[in-house]
Design a protein around this ligand. Structure first.
Ligand code: HEM
Length: 155
């Protein structure tokens, strides 16, 4: 039971990272669609997914920090830092974007319908891809947090 709990704690980052990635990508997709066809539903969808996705990025950053602690004093710390920097940057980026949109919505003029917003969220997508790619490298290139072995390879 304790082992299961410890394993789940180790896996929390891998479990939570999918939420910000999926939600923010679909939010950006809704924003692109909004430029093609004006729709209140798309506008609400892109807003809802933006703030929930941003919340997901904050949660992923916390679980990521937990995940990286066992490697803090190892030589892998350097490669983890690259991912950490991209991820913190992208999380801060989406917090600011959510704040900007929240204020604009309160003033009754949703910034999410403007061409500038579209450009900004697409820049955010580049950061999100870099965060996800550098995170994937940690697992698939460096085997960080991998506990199993591949029986087909015998190692
Ligand atoms: C927006 C925030 C973040 C996103 C979207 C993200 C994304 C990812 C992804 C996609 C993976 C590969 C998971 C897999 O294939 O199983 C990963 C792994 C990893 N990330 Fe992050 N990450 C974020 C924040 C952080 C932060 C702040 C740290 C702190 C150093 C961190 C540390 C790690 C570590 C150590 C791994 C490899 C082991 C594991 O999956 O637990 N991440 N990340």
């Amino acid at each position: 039971m304790l082992e299961l709990l410890a394993d789940t704690l180790d896996d929390l980052h891998a479990i939570t990272v999918h939420f910000p990635i999926a939600l923010l990508v679909v939010s950006a997709g809704a924003s692109v669609a909004l430029r093609i066809k004006s729709s209140v539903h798309l506008q609400h969808t892109s807003w809802l997914l933006l703030w929930i996705g941003t919340l997901g990025a904050i949660i992923a950053s916390v679980t990521g920090l937990i995940s990286h602690f066992p490697y803090e004093e190892t030589e892998l710390h350097g490669v983890i830092e690259v991912h950490q920097l991209w991820s913190f940057a992208v999380t801060a980026f989406f917090i600011v974007l959510t704040g900007w949109r929240w204020f604009s919505r309160r003033r009754g003029a949703d910034a999410g319908t403007t061409p500038l917003y579209l450009v900004v969220i697409l820049v955010g997508m580049v950061g999100l891809v870099l965060s996800g790619m550098t995170g994937g490298d940690l697992v698939y290139d460096y085997g960080i947090n991998v506990r199993g072995v591949n029986p087909l390879l015998g190692r």
